[in-house]
Every structure is written in structure tokens, then in C-alpha cells.
Design a protein around this ligand. Structure first.
Ligand code: BGC
Length: 733
């Protein structure tokens, strides 16, 4: 069978966004009569969010305006904003007073990277989805949408109408402690997926946020680091991810980051906030500071910061005085207020106020499991050790810390609390009560399934030796606020795996990690899975893949290097000894001299072998590629055929890369599109797609614009960034 799948790389998301607007307008028109009121003309839902914001703005006092431009503290914050009633908060990261007399609600803000934070502390329940980097491994726009929609629903059920999530900083250094909160190393993949996540989150009527803008690519000294990078390099790497994300999602808010970029803190950086974000990208929402990331009043306001969190140190009384003293103009103040109000109207939180309700726990678990199944990457499968044959297995050893009780999750402000327990502590290693041991035992009722924690390596090896197969669950815990000292698994787990594999080569390693790890034992084991932080139903997703009830289809959204020595910066650049977080100015610099060579672009340009390349992932079936045709004209189109050549149904993520003309001085290739194809055994499909010009362009600093460099372009198609069997050249003008 040969079916045609017509897609447009880079534009499909824009189409669905247009559909989203249509739905919003229809909804607005039908609800018009109820909301309209003679003395509150801004409640007319047929008016644009901008018009509605302007109408409210005209009625507001200076005090009311200032109140929209700062937070009011957060639980555990040492002091409260004078006059703000802390009981108005909902237990989240912050809240913004509304204007009750004008019908403008309080904005209740919660962190929500992979689920709604602080539920345990607040006596509530949240679903933990697989970590963000896991969802990027699905390369699946629909999964990204389901991810965002679930978070949007659970936010509202818990009484929140604004989310802090949508992290899209690129993986420049896999030791970054927040890698699990982001979407990998490629700007087009990361931007597309996070944009779809936020779009679907906002469709639930919450204000969505994307963060951390920009270049907060390491946690070491994050408040005091000054990132040095060229405009071209940032526009083509980290900023491109934000550009695509913002274009797809139109998020209500962008969070500026803690670090400085080329001398100015991100939250008072005119180039980032005004020149690029608000002017070039036409961003209509508001910029809020990361928590404590504001450093000034006038400079920040003029540079484009709209809102300070979590307090009012610079955008409270000091802002009022600056306005009254004429140092911040009324127009500038009104623009900040307009942006906050506009996002409130555009997101629907004014017309559809939040009402607390019961979270759909079963539905959430189902969604979480399904996304995890799309996210788990099969890294190694020697001699078909996987999927496990339950009819033949007599004994299974399950080895690894807590593999009898749970699976690890990512920490920091992203942390989702497991059900049935209270608040989790900052930097606590939180294991979700999702027992892989039980899930595996349930799959193989005829086998003896025994557990060993691995604390005693000899005992774990002895269990492996007497078992038909050994499954080792290995973890790497990561969190905001610090970076990994290395890419090795912690706590001597490499030695444990080596010893177990020496005792039984039929060893399978399941990695629960937030980022890449090195694998000195790889040649000794039979199989390896990257399960990331797998969320509330990770154990079932892993078991379904181990036993072949689900055929793995995920691909790595980041390179796994052979060692730290191969990274652009083999040694992390950390703050100078004795330096402390200086609120006034940065204390050290990190030079991103690798520039736009992020991730695979670096390894390709430097000709470095890698452990596993970007875009890599195995399946239980096999695929072949053929028939690449590239045509240029008003648009560049790429078509090719993928065939399932194995004996089971499966999904293949087909990847399209382009090498731009050598004169452009770019890395050897860049991802320009992909499609996820579900194919039955023997089935083939033709993919035909047009590639968006932006994705073939180079940023020209001289003219501040994107340009397609005329010349010869090489298109490459295949199943990973280092397995591209189809190659075709075309000239573009
Ligand atoms: C983090 C943000 C987070 C905020 C509020 C900051 O420390 O960097 O990502 O949204 O705290 O919790």
C-alpha cells in the first residue's frame, strides 16, 4: 500500500493556530450577550483583546495600574507586599491583584513544567507527565498538545489561571541541571513542540508562559553569569527556538531569565526584550521577570520588562515615583499594563473565570502513560533481546535503587508532588510511587521476578547470574539551581551495571535520567532504554515497551556524547571563588564561542564521533527510505517514501536535514523538518512536504534580517542525524 501524507514542515503548526483563532472568535460571538454590559464595554467579547485592554486601561488609577505590574510574594517568602492580603494567593508561585471594581480577576500563577507544582503542599493532586525533554523525544506535535491541554485543565481545576512552564532553552551543555525541563538541542524541534504545548494549554483558558528568555543555558552562577554570544549565533540557535514557539503559541507571557546577555541582565536587556521580542517578533503579551530576576526600575521598564515577580522591589513604589517624576513615561507605563490586560482577555480568563473542580485522575494517568510510551527511546537491542518473550522467560532479576517502589522525577520549581504525601523539599530526590518491579511482574505471571536494590553489587550480580534476564533501573537526578558535575551515572551505578552484565550478558539497562549520560558498560549489555523521568505511569510505559506491547518510536532530541571532553566546554565555567550573587552586576562571563554550533551541529562540524546521535532511536521493526525528490521554485518541496520492512507495525520519525551553501559559513547540516509515520508491516507511505524558507535561512547581522543564501543546497533524509541514506542537491536563488 502506498499512501500520500502531505505536510508542510514548519507551517502545519501555523495552520492549526489559525484554526484556534476561528474557534475563539466563534466562541466569543456566541457568548456575547451574556458578557456585555453598558458600563463595562470591555466585557464585550466580540472586541479584540487589544481593544478590550485599552477600554479598561482608560478607567484605571495609577495605583491599579502599578498593582498589575508586580507580584505579591509567594508561600514561604519572607515578607509580603504592603497592603496585599496573602490569603488571596492560591498556594502557587505568585499572584497578581486584580481590579475587582472593573471585573479584572486575580492572576493565580503556578509552576507547571511537567505538571502542576506544590499540589502536595496544598492538599491537592497533580498528574506528573514525562519530563519535557522526554516529550521532545516523541517528536510528536499531537503529544505536545495533549501535554499542554492536560496541564491547562489541572491548573484550572486547582484554581490557577496562569502557568509557568514551556521551557525552551536549548541544550548547549547537557550538564545543565534543567535539561529535563527543556526540549533538547535543536531550535526547530524544540520551538515547534513547546509552541504546540503552550497553544493547547492556553486553549484551556489559562495564561501560558514560555521561559527562560534567553540563554539561561547553565545553572552554575545563573544570577551572575554574563553570556557573551554574537547576534547571528543567538538568532539562529536559542532565539530561533523562542521565535518559532511564540509564533505558534502566541503565549500570554514570556519570562526573562536570571543571567545577563552581552552585558545587560536579560530582564533589562533592550535588544532581547524590545528589539527582538516585541518588535521583530511582534510579541503582544507581557514580559515577567524570573523570580528575583529584576535589577532596576527605569532601565528595566524602558528595556521592555512589563512585570516583576515575585515582589515589588522595583515595579512597586519605585515605579510609581518614576512615573510621577517623569522618568518613566505614562505611555511606557500604559504599554506594560495594556500587555498584562491583553493577555488576560486573550487567554479567556476574564470571560471564563476559574472554578476549582476535581482533577480527572484516571484520564491524566492514561495521557501520561501514552506520552511516556511515545517518549522512551530504545538505544540498544542486541540479538533481539527485546521485546522480552513472556512465554519463554522463567526468571527475571529487577535491580536498582527503588525499582521495587518508584521512579525518579526532576526537581526544583518543576517538581510535581507524588500523590498521598505532603510537600516535597527543595533538592529532595522524589521517587514517584510507580513500581517497575510490580509492572514487570504483572507482565510475566509465569516467571519468578526477584528484586535487588544494587546496594551490594555482589548480591545483585548473583541474582542476575541465576536469572534468565536482568533489568537494571539506573537513575540520574537533576534539578534547577545546579549543574551536573559530570555525565556519569551517580552512586557507582556504572560499576553496578558492569558487574551485573559480567554475571549475565542478558542485561537490559533502563535509564531514568534528565539528560545524556555516558555508558562505559554499553558494549557489555544486551539492551538499553532511555526512559527519562517517565511520570506518573512510567512503570507501565516501560513494561509495555520491554514486553513489546508497545513498539518504541522515540528519537533522541539531544546528542549523547562519548565523554565530557567532547563538549564545546569540557569544563563548565563556574563563578569565581568567593563570588556571591551580586544584584547589581554580573561577576563572570561564559563565552559561547561555539555560537550556532549547538548539539549535533557541534559534533558534525568538529567531526567528533558520538555515543548516540541526535535523532537516533530504534524500533522493533525496520524501515527503508527511497525516492527522494527535491524541487525548488516559489517553495522548496521534499518528497520521499518510507517503508516498514519488518514484521510488526511501528512508527518511524523520518527526519529531513539541509546543508546550506558553503559560502554561508554554517555547520554541516540542520534539521528542517520531520514527519511521524505509522506503518503496518510491509506498508509504505510517501511524504511530501514544503520546507519553510526561514528554516533554510541565515541571520544577517548587517541588515538585521533572515536571508536565503543563493547556491547549492543538499537535502538529506533518514532515521537519525547520522543515518541519512537519501541525498539530493538543488539550487536555490
Ligand atoms: C525559576 C522559574 C520558576 C520560578 C517560580 C525560579 O527560580 O527559575 O523557572 O518559574 O522560580 O517558581
Amino acid at each position: 500500500m502506498n499512501r500520500l501524507s502531505r505536510i508542510t514542515f514548519g507551517l502545519s503548526a501555523t495552520f492549526s493556530f489559525a484554526i484556534g483563532i476561528t474557534i475563539f472568535l466563534e466562541h466569543g460571538a456566541s457568548a456575547l450577550a451574556q458578557g456585555q454590559s453598558a458600563n463595562r464595554p470591555w466585557m464585550d467579547k466580540t472586541l479584540s483583546p487589544d481593544r478590550r485592554a485599552d477600554l479598561v486601561l482608560q478607567e484605571m488609577t495609577l495605583d491599579e495600574k502599578i498593582a498589575l505590574l508586580h507580584g505579591n510574594g509567594m508561600p514561604g517568602w519572607p515578607r509580603a507586599v504592603p497592603g496585599a492580603n496573602p490569603y488571596l494567593g492560591n498556594g502557587g508561585a505568585g499572584f497578581v491583584l486584580g481590579v475587582p471594581r472593573l471585573g479584572i480577576p486575580i492572576i493565580q500563577i503556578s509552576d507547571a513544567a511537567y505538571g502542576v507544582r506544590s499540589s502536595g503542599e496544598n492538599g491537592r493532586y497533580s498528574t506528573a507527565l514525562p519530563s519535557n525533554v522526554a516529550s521532545a523525544a516523541s517528536w510528536d506535535v499531537q503529544a505536545a498538545c495533549a501535554y499542554g491541554a492536560l496541564i491547562g485543565r489541572e491548573l484550572r481545576a486547582q484554581g490557577y489561571n496562569m502557568s509557568l512552564g514551556g521551557g525552551v532553552n536549548l541544550t548547549r551543555d547537557p550538564r545543565n541541571g534543567r535539561t529535563f525541563e527543556y526540549m533538547g538541542e535543536d531550535p526547530i524541534l524544540a520551538g515547534t513542540l513547546v509552541g504546540n504545548r503552550i497553544k493547547c494549554e492556553q486553549a484551556q483558558h489559562v495564561i501560558g508562559d514560555t521561559k527562560h528568555y534567553a540563554l539561561n543555558d547553565q545553572e552554575s552562577g545563573r544570577d551572575e553569569v554574563n553570556v557573551i554570544i554574537s547576534k547571528r549565533a543567538m538568532r539562529e540557535s536559542d532565539l530561533l527556538a523562542f521565535q518559532i514557539d511564540i509564533e505558534i503559541a502566541n503565549p500570554g507571557a514570556v519570562m526573562c531569565s536570571y543571567n545577563a546577555v552581552n552585558g545587560d541582565y536579560a530582564c533589562e536587556n533592550k535588544y532581547l526584550l524590545t528589539d527582538v521580542l516585541k518588535k521583530d517578533w511582534n510579541f503582544k503579551g507581557f514580559v515577567l521577570s524570573d523570580w528575583g530576576g529584576t535589577h532596576s526600575t527605569e532601565k528595566a521598564s524602558t528595556a521592555g520588562l512589563d512585570h516583576e515577580e515575585p515582589m515589588d522591589d522595583f515595579f512597586g513604589e519605585k515605579l510609581r515615583q518614576a512615573v510621577q517624576g517623569g522618568r518613566v513615561s505614562q505611555t511606557e507605563l500604559d504599554d506594560h499594563v495594556h500587555r498584562v490586560l491583553r493577555s488576560e482577555f486573550a487567554s479567556g480568563i476574564v470571560d471564563d473565570p476559574v472554578q476549582k473542580s476535581v482533577v480527572d485522575i484516571e484520564g491524566g494517568l492514561e495521557t501520561s502513560r501514552h506520552i511516556a510510551e511515545q517518549s522512551i527511546v530504545l538505544l540498544k537491542n542486541e540479538q533481539g533481546i527485546l521485546p522480552l518473550d513472556r512465554a519463554k522467560l522463567r526468571s527475571i532479576a529487577v535491580i536498582g535503587l527503588n525499582a521495587n517502589t518508584g521512579m525518579i522525577s526532576g526537581g526544583g520549581s518543576a517538581q510535581v508532588d507524588p500523590p498521598g504525601r505532603g510537600a516535597t523539599k527543595w533538592k529532595e530526590h522524589v521517587w514517584f510511587p510507580t513500581s517497575p518491579l510490580k509492572a514487570i511482574a504483572a507482565k510475566a505471571p509465569g516467571a519468578t521476578v526477584e528484586f535487588d536494590s544494587g546496594a551490594d553489587r555482589a548480591s545483585a550480580a548473583a541474582l542476575a547470574k541465576k536469572s534468565d534476564v536482568a533489568i537494571v533501573f539506573a537513575y540520574q537526578w537533576t534539578s534547577e539551581d545546579f549543574d551536573l558535575p559530570s555525565l556519569s551515572l551517580p552512586d557507582n551505578q556504572d560499576a553496578l551495571i558492569e558487574q551485573v552484565a559480567a554475571a549475565n550478558p542478558r542485561t537490559i539497562v533502563v535509564l531514568e535520567t534528565g539528560s545524556a549520560v555516558t555508558m562505559p558498560w554499553l558494549n557489555q549489555v544486551g539492551g538499553a532504554l532511555e526512559a527519562w523521568y517517565a511520570g506518573s505511569k512510567g512503570e507501565d510505559a516501560v513494561a509495555n515497551i520491554l514486553f513489546g506491547d508497545v513498539n518504541p518510536s522515540a528519537k533522541l532530541p539531544m546528542t549523547f556524547p562519548r565523554s565530557e571532553a567532547d563538549l564545546p566546554h569540557p569544563h563548565l565555567v563556574t563563578p569565581p571563588p568567593g563570588s556571591r550573587n551580586d544584584e547589581a552586576k554580573p561577576t563572570f562571563e561564559v563565552h559561547y564561542d561555539e555560537g550556532l554550533k549547538v548539539g549535533y551541529k557541534w559534533y558534525d562540524a568538529e567531526n567528533k564521533p558520538v555515543l548516540f546521535p541526535f535523532g537516533y532511536g530504534l524500533s522493533y521493526t525496520t524501515f527503508s527510505y527511497s525516492g527522494l525528490k527535491v524541487t525548488s521554485g516559489s517553495e522548496t518541496t521534499v518528497s520521499f517514501t518510507v517503508k516498514n520492512t519488518g514484521s510488526s507495525a511501528g512508527a518511524e520519525i523520518a527526519e529531513v536535514y539541509a546543508a546550506v551553501p558553503a559560502s554561508a559559513g554554517e555547520p554541516p547540516k540542520r534539521l528542517v523538518g520531520w514527519d511521524k509515520l505509522h506503518l503496518n508491516a510491509g506498508e509504505s507511505k510517501e511524504v511530501s512536504a514544503s520546507v519553510r524558507p526561514l528554516y533554510l535561512s541565515v541571520y544577517d547581522e548587517g541588515s538585521n534580517s533572515w536571508k536565503v543564501v543563493p547556491g547549492s543546497y543538499t537535502f538529506m533524509v533518514g532515521g537519525s542525524s547520522r543515518s541519512l541514506p537519501l541525498v539530493e542537491k538543488v539550487n536555490l536563488k
